[in-house]
Design a protein around this ligand. Structure first.
Ligand code: SF4
Ligand code: SF4
Length: 68
């Protein structure tokens, strides 16, 4: 990610069941489980916007994109 690009990571906490798939699949460890086991963005600059977290979430809980 270029530095001026900000990641827009949105989690629907109602849909998320804290399965851990997204954090396990993230190739850059840019997201990590919080106290409830739900993902949060911990390293925006590492994120390569592969969207694996969004695409592989079985509950459609993640939306990821770039801030405009
Ligand atoms: S894969 Fe989806 S349901 Fe599982 S922890 Fe991540 S956001 Fe939550
Ligand atoms: S888009 Fe890719 S690199 Fe970024 S948080 Fe999701 S899985 Fe990780």
């Amino acid at each position: 990610m270029k530095q001026e690009e900000k990641v827009d990571f949105r989690l629907n906490r109602e849909y998320c069941k804290a399965c851990g798939i997204c954090t396990a699949l993230c190739p850059k460890k840019a997201i990590s489980a919080d106290d409830e086991g739900k993902p949060s963005m911990i390293n925006e600059e590492a994120c390569i916007m592969c969207r694996l977290c969004e695409l592989r979430c079985p509950d459609f809980a993640i939306r990821i994109g770039r801030m405009q």
